[in-house]
Design a binder for this molecule. Sequence first.
Ligand code: TYD
Length: 130
Amino acid sequence: MVDLTEHSDPRGKLTVVEPGKEVDFEIRRAYYIHHVPAGAERGAHGHRRLRQLIVAVHGSFEVVVDDGYASARFVLDDPSRGLYVGPMVWRDMVAFAPGTVGLWLVSEPYDESEYYRDYDEYLRDARAIA
Ligand code: TYD
């Protein structure tokens, strides 16, 4: 989990993510997820190269990460904290609260060939490099 830089004053809060400060990769793409129906689960993939910071800018959800050997569950419910996820990590996003907006800041342009969508293929490669 990464603590983001927050500027708070009587007008509210402003949170910053800047390469070289809160993240150590160049941000080359951003996307956000919203209007997630109750019970829907997302993710179910891994990346060969991509690095990312995930922030629940509103609401909450959970990210389950798996490196091929062990898994861990992170609750994202604070817009001033993000979850860094590196390459070769399988992830699932679950338990979206109604109205949640999740922001992804990522290191690569969209490239479907860079994804693992098949868990067995991911597991084979993740264990081969470990
Ligand atoms: P998907 O990877 O299934 O989303 P999630 O990781 O939240 O489960 O992506 C949903 C769709 O959006 C899929 O058709 C691919 C497309 N997409 C893009 O075209 N560009 C992007 O930058 C991203 C992240 C997804």
